[in-house]
Design a protein around this ligand. Structure first.
Ligand code: BG6
Length: 323
């Protein structure tokens, strides 16, 4: 197990689903002020509220989606969440960290299948919670109803762990309990909040070739940091290293580390696509950059029979790196 995710909670059998309601969930898994389950009035669905020191995170049981994360004096939070976000229908929530699984983007053969897989709108249940001196952990598993989804790979046992401390760590673990290999693509689609997309710089992907999803062609690798003056939608394959997002307006650097991830997606829809998507708000695109840990295209994962694959990411905040 790697240094980054050593402390992620160990999954246990699934006990209680969102339909149980906050009382039962709190009785089984609530931990004083560190873990509380509640129905979020604004979002209209069941969430877990995690607290660790001065960090607070909200995780929806629908989609196992981390929706909000704030730390210290970051009043607006470190993740971007759509002002229109709701858990009250079956549409994916734009923002936070949707889980793209068991495929990323368009399904390889079934054009009627939802973009980015079914996990982000599926129902998840609580397997365990844990609290230590420096972190609060929540472990979720696909609920029994989600396991009936026709697109669930045979024999896949799926766990999502959140570890909230000074950093936010998340991991998606797939265990193959079946009789044939599981093929999958995936991403933890982090919507990071930035001060102004046109002033940020992304370091860590210099000189790396990428697939430009806008032209569907291989883009030329660039020797310099990534900056934005229009829509960007790129998949960088064979990139396992650290990515830094320098944000002069918010005077901070966000650092994204990855585990079991060979692909990195960089996405900002810019104004026109944001208007088409309809749930980003008039100028919302200015406050978003997605830096997604994944395994896509040639980095597709094959989990052998009896095997385990874990995709993880951790995000931390630092004083602005002025390099
Ligand atoms: C990104 C993709 O990961 O997700 C983009 O690279 C896509 O191509 C974006 O537009 C949002 O996808 P969706 O399905 O959540 O609208």
């Amino acid at each position: 197990m790697s240094e980054v995710f050593d402390n992620v909670c160990t999954p246990k059998p699934c006990l209680v689903g969102p339909e149980a309601g906050p009382e039962l969930l709190n009785e089984h898994f609530g931990r004083r002020s560190a873990v509380r389950f509640l129905r979020d009035e604004k979002l209209g669905g069941m969430v877990a509220q995690l607290t660790a020191g001065d960090s607070v995170a909200t995780v929806a049981l629908r989609g196992a989606q981390v929706l909000r994360w704030s730390s210290g004096s970051t009043t607006d939070g470190l993740l971007w969440l759509s002002p229109d976000a709701t858990l009250a229908n079956d549409k994916p929530v734009r923002g936070g960290v949707p889980i793209c699984w068991p495929w990323f983007g368009v399904h390889p053969t079934d054009t009627s299948a939802p973009s980015h897989g079914f996990a982000r709108t599926a129902s998840w249940c609580v397997a365990s919670t844990a609290v230590s001196d420096d972190a609060t952990c929540l472990s979720l598993q696909l609920s029994e109803s989600a396991k009936k989804n026709a697109h669930l790979p045979d024999g896949a046992h799926v766990v999502f762990d959140v570890r909230l401390g000074r950093e936010l760590k998340m991991s998606l673990t797939v265990v193959n309990t079946g009789v044939k290999p599981i093929h999958m693509t995936e991403a933890l689609h982090t919507y990071l909040r930035v001060g102004d997309i046109s002033t940020i710089r992304i370091r860590g992907l210099e000189n790396k070739p990428f697939l430009d999803q806008l032209s569907e062609r291989a883009g030329n690798s660039e020797p310099h940091t990534i900056t934005f003056d229009g829509e960007v939608d790129r998949i960088y394959n064979n990139t396992a290293g650290v990515v830094n997002i320098d944000d002069p307006k918010l005077n901070r650097t966000l650092r994204v580390r990855k585990e079991g991830s060979q692909s990195t997606v960089i996405w900002n829809p810019w104004r026109e696509k944001a208007e088409r998507l309809g749930d980003i708000g008039p100028d919302g695109f200015r406050e978003i950059v997605c830096v997604e840990a994944g395994n896509i295209g040639c980095d597709e994962v094959v989990v052998p029979v009896g095997g385990v694959h874990r995709l993880g990411t951790s995000i931390s905040m630092h004083p602005l790196c002025s390099r």
